[in-house]
Design a protein around this ligand. Structure first.
Ligand code: GLY
Length: 311
């Protein structure tokens, strides 16, 4: 059955990556192929410091990447966590879905799988990201004898960037795929895994009801299963707007309890992108001023819109 293709993405993704994806959808490409190609373009973008190459490293100066991919037609999913040294974590995640009887591979196992499938290796630490780490973290480590726990907690006070790559694509056949890729929180503890590779927390997709992906403080999205909640509320008959607002209210409540003890600050936020089964879209966040992009088959370029921040 013919349906209208649509791409929903976070506002930080370059217009041309989304427009190129729409061009491919118009020519009949699948939602999965387009979601992966947009994610790969963002992973290669050296100006994007929270995704792929040039992502901010962990507290030890190593870039550890998380990614997930979900196919709304089959509910199959694949993900990698804390993957080091490969150019396209999203492609490795998709191959986990396609080739293994598993959903999530982490650390050394994810790297082993990446080697076995011939994934391209790359040193993901850019000179700019290394310099930032050197200046903010390495210099301090040399002066003091703090352990990684102390350093990570201290570094979180100057948390920077949570611009996870989120893309939800619906193709002309009505199939929906969602892809999420990130380097996670800057200066994180080694092995820290956020919401992005956790199916149900940072990514969920079901053709019958819709899809949702998250950006921002992963620890909050994980604690309420944000993405699957939004989709399940739509399954129960809630509108896209009502579902997005309800999930954000819960996230705001959680973030409102910010204290030094639970390591959350009032500067933390979460944004959730939501698409329903018919291809209607929206985005919701715990603070104002965040934006997202949407492109339909009728648009030459993506349109940028403001998120809804429910009272
Ligand atoms: N939302 C991305 C992360 O927290 O890692």
């Amino acid at each position: 059955m013919a349906s209208a293709p649509v791409i929903l993405a976070n506002a930080e993704i370059r217009d041309e990556f989304i427009a190129d994806g729409m061009q491919r959808l118009r020519r009949g490409a699948s939602a999965g192929d387009v979601a992966e190609s947009i994610a790969c373009a963002v992973e290669d973008d050296p100006d994007e410091h929270t995704v792929g190459y040039s992502g901010w490293p962990n507290i030890l100066g190593e870039v550890e990447l998380d990614a997930s991919f979900m196919d709304g037609a089959t509910l199959r999913a694949g993900a990698v966590a804390a993957l080091k040294g490969f150019r396209h974590p999203i492609s490795v995640a998709r191959q986990v879905m396609l080739r293994l009887p598993h959903v999530l591979l982490a650390g050394e196992g994810a790297a082993r799988f990446a080697i076995e499938i011939g994934a391209e290796r790359r040193d993901m630490l850019s000179p700019e990201a290394q310099a930032a780490w050197q200046q903010r973290i390495a210099a301090v480590v040399e002066d003091e004898e703090d352990d990684a726990i102390t350093l990570t907690v201290r570094a979180l006070r100057e948390r920077r960037g949570s611009d996870t790559m989120n893309v939800i694509v619906r193709d002309a056949a009505g199939n929906i795929c969602s892809a999420v890729s990130t380097s996670g929180i800057a200066w994180k503890y080694p092995g820290r895994v956020g919401d992005s590779p956790i199916i149900g927390a940072g990514n969920y997709c079901d053709n019958r009801y819709g899809a949702a992906t998250c950006m921002g403080l992963g620890e909050a999205a994980m604690r309420i299963g944000a993405a699957v909640q939004a989709v399940m509320l739509m399954r129960l008959g809630w509108s896209l707007e009502a579902a997005g607002c309800e999930v954000v209210r819960q996230l705001s409540e959680l973030l409102g309890e910010s204290t030094a003890e639970n390591h959350m600050s009032r500067a933390d936020w979460v944004r959730i992108l939501v698409m329903d089964a018919a291809g209607n879209v929206g985005a919701f966040a715990t603070r104002l001023g965040l934006r997202y992009k949407v492109q339909t088959a009728d648009d030459s370029y993506p349109l940028t819109r403001e998120v809804v921040c429910p009272a």
